[in-house]
Design a protein around this ligand. Structure first.
Ligand code: HEC
Ligand code: HEC
Length: 296
């Protein structure tokens, strides 16, 4: 009898230990990966069931600095035997948009579909994570999208110019203060501003002159005089500047590179954040994001 029982006990103990192992393992996985991300562009058969069956509940992407709109697509199928109604979507900020072909969208049993989600990363840096809630008649589903924004070409290190080249550029500017938006000047004074907003726009469009380590004496030190300056002050200087000075007019109507929405974001930054920043290397380098591979 004893000989027969022994293996049964040992099997039961083994099963018990196995269960403990599986459970603890699952808890660990759940804690580490609330969302298992699929890389943008990776294709997978829908297998994750959350009301509908999805290819993934999270997608991520390491962007390059010139990419402004990151487009994700979530695939799903209705593996139930009933119609499921997608009523609407909800995103946590205006910078993320999920599109439905119609609302309400009725998904028949067996039907497949996809939901495109676009993240606008203009003026953003670091890792951004957004949630989109899909509201159905059976409850809601959260889809997470995550973008690590690639390094921005540093304006701290534009190509070094010789003394002669700097002097030559200055001569050209004296004749026409808008010349910096034309010809060879665009390499350093226009290209780096493209698609930027807020702090990064300041660093690329304005900081290049105003925060230069060897700032020319006739270029005003604007950080110390920025306190208490109002919206109209900034708008005036950025949009039209002051004829007869070397400060260029940045608005499109004067041949400048900035559209109304960029100017607005710049003014917002200059009123709200700028006066609190110190003119230190730190503050300036913070305005440039040079981290790479943020997802790793
Ligand atoms: C290779 C990058 C580069 C190019 C090209 C360039 N600039 Fe600049 N510019 C700078 C930098 C950097 C500064 C800030 C001063 C410094 O660090 O040399 C500057 C500053 C200036 C200033 C402020 C005065 C001064 O010398 O600091 C003026 C005016 C100016 N640039 C006009 C121009 C014009 C006009 C052109 C085209 C003919 C031009 N720049 C082309 C990089 C460039
Ligand atoms: C090419 C170099 C250059 C660039 C780029 C530049 N500035 Fe200027 N800025 C100047 C110079 C030179 C002056 C001094 C004008 C004068 O003679 O009064 C000035 C003056 C100013 C003043 C006036 C300060 C005062 O009250 O006297 C403000 C404000 C200003 N700049 C803001 C900006 C902003 C914001 C940007 C970015 C959109 C910018 N600047 C880009 C060269 C530049």
């Amino acid at each position: 009898m004893r000989e027969q029982r022994k293996p049964i006990y040992s099997i039961m103990i083994k099963i018990f230990l196995y269960c403990v192992f599986i459970l603890s393992n699952n808890v660990l996985v759940a804690q580490l990966n609330d969302v298992t991300y699929l890389e943008l562009g990776e294709v997978k058969e829908p297998s994750i069931t959350k009301i509908l069956t999805w290819d993934s509940l999270g997608k991520r992407y390491q962007s390059r600095s010139e990419e402004l709109d990151i487009k994700f697509t979530f695939q799903f199928s209705n593996k139930t035997k009933k119609e499921i109604i997608i009523k609407r979507t909800f995103t946590s900020c205006g910078c993320t948009v999920a599109k439905l072909p119609t609302t309400p969208w009725i998904i028949k049993p067996g039907q497949k579909g996809s939901i495109p989600i676009t993240m606008d990363v203009r003026g953003k840096s670091g890792v951004i994570e957004k949630e989109t809630t899909i509201i159905t008649d059976l409850g809601s589903i959260i889809l997470t999208t995550k973008v690590a924004i690639g390094a921005i070409k540093s304006i701290n290190t534009p190509r070094k110019r010789s003394k002669e080249e700097r002097a030559e550029n200055l001569k050209i500017a004296v004749q026409n203060r808008q010349a910096i938006f034309q010809n060879n000047c665009v390499e350093c004074h226009v290209e780096p501003t493209k698609g930027k907003r807020g702090r990064q726009l300041y660093a690329t469009a304005c900081g290049i002159c105003h925060d230069a380590k060897n700032r020319a004496s006739f270029v005003t030190e604007i950080r110390s005089l920025s306190k208490g300056k109002k919206q109209a002050y900034w708008e005036q200087w950025i949009t039209d500047s002051k004829p007869g000075t070397l400060m260029p007019a940045f608005a499109k109507k004067h041949g400048g590179p900035l559209d109304d929405s960029q100017i607005r974001s710049l003014v917002n930054y200059l009123i709200r954040v700028f006066p609190r920043e110190l003119k230190t290397k730190d503050a300036i380098s913070k305005s440039l994001n040079t981290k790479k591979n943020l997802l790793k």
